[in-house]
Design a protein around this ligand. Structure first.
Ligand SMILES: [Zn+2]
Ligand SMILES: [Zn+2]
Length: 584
């Protein structure tokens, strides 16, 4: 203990270990210096002193015995990881790799232990340590050794840990006959070299489409193009290139398709290569038969992107039929204006097209087209033309009436149908059925005078024969008992001037404004109960739209939803919705 006290008096504690190399009979002394902090707790310091003294004592024994194995054992049994590590390093320096490995492992230094076993080519021990080994290099070394021995599955697993994907692909293709997994690895890792290996594999198999795909992935574009040309796989090549090609790739493809007289694809690829003039010319040449729609739509994109007056004029001439005497569907003109960001012109065209749709009875199409137009105009902060707004209001009233008939809200349906029937000339394809529905819904909800009025219209000679026999008797009965009066419609205040006007009246006779209408009821909106659809931002009477929310039905205007109950924001005033009505 006197010795121990003497050590404690010094700032550093020096611990000497002596190892005897048994085979070479060389004595070697090593001083392992362990630094101890002076400020450590007194009892802890005491513990260390005790440990040092014990070790010193036992190592003297091992020196006397001249036994390296016993020395290793003593170090192995010591609780100090540092001691084990330093002893292991000494042993490594003495090329005693086996003993060094044991001590490194016991010190928890698995990477270094594995390195020792690699030097010894003891692959089984390396394999045991692998789960704890961090170093990718060791995994890689192990993988290579296993591969050299023909142990491909083990090699594959180790390459995976080492993240050497190309080697994995090579083993899967050359030795494990598993191209699926190889393909999967290439797709996941985006390995260029792996893709090249897979392409080579598919080429050998005669699967040229797959070979082309992987050649493109491995950036061997020219090789892929040549292969595609040689084996008639240009469509595959084009699909794979998609929008990521270089101008020269697109030009090669364009020339290929032009030579094989596929003008649609030739036009498309000339455009993608940057030659819009040639692209448009070939697209218009291909705009015939089944391909007409696709070719024109693509031509519109070409002109929209090229932003050139000359090209736009060529396309407009084509659409107006100045080349072949056949004017094309006006919806293309609308799209062209949209693509060229000429929103006012496209709005005008949209109104014309929607009118055509409405005329033939495609009310949903007309409605959705105008709604789409609304959104575009609003996005670009352009005022909605009043004609567009009033057409939209009528179409929406008609669609809404049908929804309310289904919801058994006959009074609302009747009021909306009266509005539609008052402009029945705008619905020429369904004049008689709409008037018939109006008579029936008015009758059902007690609007006897209106019912009589529209029934009388139906009995006019030009309509009489077209009335559905199912309803004919009923309508004749309505006409026979003329009703002179019915209950007045409820009034509600104008949202701008508080003037009391009928609920479904959309023009205020006092402030002379066109009033925003509720998308759920068709009535004019009121202050204090105002909201909007969170999707299309059209206004609604909050309590009316809430009924759709409650029944989980979508927005009656944009058909999106269901709308969450918490999404109906309260709007304090209706001014913000005026632009939707075509008002400033
Ligand atoms: Zn008013
Ligand atoms: Zn909506």
């Amino acid at each position: 203990m006197a010795h121990s006290a003497a050590l404690g008096a010094r700032e550093y504690m020096v611990l000497a270990l002596t190892w005897v190399h048994r085979q070479k009979l060389v004595h070697q002394s090593v001083y392992v210096v362990v630094r101890r902090c002076r400020r450590e707790q007194e009892h802890k310091r005491h513990e260390h002193r005790q440990e040092a003294t014990d070790l010193r004592h036992r190592d003297r024994c091992s020196i006397r015995c001249g036994d390296i194995r016993k020395g290793v054992q003593l170090a192995a049994n010591s609780p100090s990881k540092l001691l084990k590590k330093e002893c292991a390093e000494i042993l490594e320096g003495m090329k005693q790799y086996n003993e060094a490995a044991v001590l490194f492992e016991k010190a928890g230094l698995y990477d270094r232990a594995a390195q020792m076993y690699i030097k010894l080519k003891n692959w089984n021990k390396v394999a045991e340590l692998l789960p704890q080994v961090q170093s990718l290099k060791i995994h890689s070394q192990y993988a290579k050794a296993r591969e050299a021995e023909g142990k491909y599955k083990e090699a594959l697993a180790a390459y995976e840990t080492a993240r050497e994907y190309d080697s994995m692909v090579r083993i899967l293709l050359d030795h494990l006959n598993n191209p699926q997994q190889a393909v999967h690895i290439v797709q996941e890792s985006k390995s260029v070299e792996g893709a090249r290996l897979v392409a080579k594999f598919f080429m050998k198999m005669g699967d040229f489409a797959s070979a082309i795909q992987f050649l493109v992935m491995s950036k061997c574009i020219e090789e892929a193009f040549t292969l595609a040309q040689k084996h008639g796989k240009m469509d595959t090549f084009a699909d794979i290139i998609g929008n990521d090609g270089r101008p020269e790739d697109y030009r090669s493809m364009a020339l290929h398709y032009e030579n094989s007289m596929n003008y649609f694809l030739a036009g498309k690829f000339h455009h993608l290569s940057g030659d819009s003039t040639k692209g448009l010319k070939l697209l218009l040449k291909s705009a015939q038969g089944a391909q007409e729609a696709d070719a024109i739509m693509l031509a519109i994109d070409v002109v929209g992107e090229a932003n050139s007056e000359g090209l736009a004029k060529q396309l407009i001439d084509f659409l107006l039929g100045e080349q072949d005497g056949v004017p094309k569907d006006p919806k293309y003109l609308f799209r062209l204006y949209m693509a060229r960001k000429m929103y006012r012109e496209s709005a005008k065209t949209a109104v014309i097209i929607a009118k055509e749709e409405q005329k033939v009875g495609s009310y949903r199409n007309a409605h959705d087209m105008l709604l789409g137009m609304y959104q575009e105009l609003r996005k670009h902060k352009i005022r909605v033309p009043s004609e567009l707004a009033s057409n939209m209001m009528l179409l929406h009233s008609y669609i809404l009436a049908r929804i309310h008939v289904k919801r058994n809200e006959h009074l609302i349906a009747a009021r909306l149908l009266i509005r539609v029937s008052n402009s029945i000339s705008k619905f020429p394809a369904h004049t008689v059925p709409i008037l018939t529905s109006t008579v029936i819904e008015c009758q059902r909800s007690g609007l006897k005078k209106s019912s009589f009025q529209f029934a009388a219209t139906l009995m006019k000679p030009e309509y009489k024969d077209q009335v559905d026999p199912k309803y004919k008797k009923k309508i004749e009965a309505v006409v026979r008992k003329p009703a002179k009066a019915e209950e007045e419609e409820f009034p509600s205040p104008c949202p701008f001037c508080e003037n009391m006007i009928a609920e479904t009246e959309l023009n205020c006779d006092k402030c002379k404004r066109t009033l925003p209408y509720c998308i759920a009821s068709g009535r004019h909106v009121v202050k204090g109960d105002l909201t909007e659809c969170p999707y299309c931002h059209f206004p609604a009477i909050r309590s009316e739209l809430a009924k759709f929310v409650e029944s989980d039905d979508p927005c009656p205007m944009c058909n999106r939803g269901p709308i969450g109950a918490g999404e109906l924001r309260i709007f304090p005033d209706a001014e913000v919705f005026l632009p939707l009505m075509g008002e400033e």
